[in-house]
Write a protein that binds this ligand. Structure first.
Ligand code: NDP
Ligand code: 8X3
Length: 255
């Protein structure tokens, strides 16, 4: 197929959940893809699956490693160099204990991945994105960026960084071809909670059981819709929840 005129989409964390569904969505519409993540065998499998319908370049990448990201950016083959859509999706939450019981290592891992990792990738890709007539950066924040809940501490704070970083990038690039969106989903069914509960399948299943949670394909559709808007439209932010979820009442602890 002739993909010359299609902008390349770069997705971080394409081995699971939102990233995987987003890769499939853009592939169905013929966009050339760069898919990244730490689990190489999953990248290989996805690449094999999508290569019959679009051009795919996969690269094993840990977003926390700024040197590896520089090497990666230089390794992008010429026919994928016109990256116009960056989906900064790689991220994770670890633990739901209250702050005093949380692990400092977990806090560092969330900050290193959700904050430093996203910044690493963005900084490395900006020179390419700025060269495009029109480009989109779609950052995965969360409802946890906007609303607090017990056990969210560093996770929610890391996503608040993503939301504010997105607004600040908007300020820098207003009037240029670069658009920026903060996407802020609520409860969504993916490996996210399996990672958060450190492999505890029972807790993982309890979260999603009978919850009618958002599905990765729902988020992929929204990401695709954002990217497909005409160049003069910037979707600044979208907060999206399953119908089954709403803001909690402000609780009062009576003595
Ligand atoms: P998944 O756990 O299913 O997917 C997370 C992806 O991030 C995986 O592909 C994983 O790949 C990748 N990833 C994690 N750490 C790293 C790293 N250090 N370097 C590179 N890639 C990494 O979760 P979701 O799809 O649900 O989550 C995607 C994003 O959406 C995250 O940023 C999450 O915080 C956010 N989000 C999720 C919500 C939910 O309820 N599910 C709601 C709101 C936001 P690999 O392990 O192969 O590296
Ligand atoms: C994930 C959504 O509500 O688990 O970002 O924090 S929530």
């Amino acid at each position: 197929m002739n993909t010359k005129l299609m902008p390349t989409v770069l997705i971080t964390g394409a081995t699971s959940g939102f990233g995987l569904a987003t890769a499939k969505k853009f592939a169905q519409h013929g966009y050339p893809l760069i898919i990244t993540g730490r689990r190489k065998e999953r990248l290989q499998k996805l690449s094999d699956q999508l290569s019959p319908i679009t051009d795919v370049f996969f690269y094993q990448l840990d977003v926390r490693d700024s040197e590896a990201i520089k090497t990666f950016t230089q390794a992008i083959p010429d026919n994928f160099k016109q990256v116009s859509i960056l989906v900064n999706n790689a991220g994770l939450a670890l633990g739901t204990e209250s702050a005093d019981k949380a692990s400092l290592d977990d806090w560092h891992t969330m900050i290193d991945t959700n904050v430093t990792g996203l910044v690493n990738v963005t900084h490395s890709l900006l020179p390419i994105l700025r060269k495009q007539a029109s480009a989109s950066i779609i950052n995965l924040a969360s409802i946890a960026a906007n609303w607090s809940y017990p056990g969210s501490h560093v996770y929610g704070a890391s996503k608040a960084f993503v939301a504010q970083f997105s607004r600040n990038l908007r300020s820098d690039f207003a009037g240029t071809g670069v658009r920026v969106t903060s996407l802020e989903p609520g409860l969504s069914e993916s490996e996210f909670s399996l990672v958060r509960f450190k492999g505890d399948k029972e807790k993982y299943q309890q979260i999603y059981n009978n919850a009618d949670a958002l599905q990765p394909e729902d988020i992929a559709n929204i990401i695709f819709w954002i990217a497909e808007q005409p160049a003069h439209i910037n979707i600044n932010s979208i907060e999206v929840m399953p119908t089954s979820q709403a803001w909690d009442n402000f609780k009062i602890i009576k003595h």
